[in-house]
Design a protein around this ligand. Structure first.
Ligand SMILES: [Fe+2]
Length: 263
């Protein structure tokens, strides 16, 4: 497993956020604390929500996948947890009154307060929840946003590249040349694979290709996604390509963001 730098001070964070590679966030840098319900209980609540998105994976028999997809919201939760699947929810505010009561006070407000106190501004900052089961991977993709990835339960490995500029230009990332089910063939030495245990945090750099594998029976993570992040008026280097593309194509600005994020 390759090692990522661990950033523990605000000074180091403001120095490293502008260029890849991804880094861990440690120490007391992110003063976020929230006691999540067990992943299986979160799964049980979220799978029934209208805005959930999930993909049943794993078996070559498409009819089994179709049956499982149809039953995903109603079948016994213990059974579903054994199916290979990945699930994402982009609008957690729907649960702030119940399941995720206090998430705003204990996570979003402290984190926003920290980044703004360091001179950052942003255009959107919102949490995204991911749950997956053993052996399931995300797609290979890049996001328009920077992410603070927080492993909550179980284990995942977050794979990216040590030098993404050598793999995919920012301009190619902007027009979405990345997305595929699997990463392309690559030299393992070019990869930065960070194994994430509960409570661990990773900074995922905007517009850099990545994929995530699940290493435990059930794994849950939350990403605080930052669109248009600026430090004292400066965007991250790769994000300049996005801004320049949107300047030329204003009708496309923000369209390929949260609402259509590939996972
Ligand atoms: Fe992503």
């Amino acid at each position: 497993m390759s090692t990522a730098v661990i950033v523990t001070t605000p000074e180091e964070f403001t120095e490293r956020w502008r260029t890849p590679p991804n880094f861990r966030i440690g120490g007391n840098l992110a003063q976020i604390g929230f006691e999540f319900p067990p992943a299986i209980d979160v799964l049980d609540a979220i799978r029934k929500d209208d805005e959930v998105r999930f993909t049943v994976l794993g078996t070559d028999d498409w009819a089994v996948r179709m049956d499982r997809t149809a039953a995903f919201r109603d079948a016994p939760i213990r059974e579903i947890a054994t199916w290979p699947f990945r699930l994402v929810h982009f609008n957690l505010s729907r649960f702030y009154d119940g399941l995720l009561h206090d998430f705003q006070d204990q996570v979003m407000i402290p984190w926003r307060t920290f980044v703004s106190s360091q001179g950052f501004t942003w255009q959107r900052c919102a949490p995204i929840l991911f749950i997956s089961s053993a052996g399931c991977s995300s797609t290979y993709h890049n996001d328009n946003s920077h992410g603070l990835v927080w492993q909550v339960e179980g284990t995942k490995t977050f794979h990216s590249y040590r030098d993404p500029d050598r793999i995919l230009s920012a301009e190619a990332a902007v027009i979405g040349e990345t997305t595929a089910e699997e990463p392309p063939p690559h030299n393992p030495a070019d990869r930065l694979s960070v194994r994430m245990e509960p409570g661990e945090l990773l900074w995922s750099h905007a517009l850099t290709p990545h994929w995530v594998t699940t290493e435990s029976p059930l794994a849950m993570s939350v990403t605080l996604s930052h669109g248009g992040l600026c430090h004292q008026g400066c965007y991250a280097e790769r994000e300049l390509a996005l801004r320049s593309y949107w300047d030329k194509h204003p009708d496309e600005a923000w369209l390929r963001d949260l609402r259509t994020t590939r996972y």
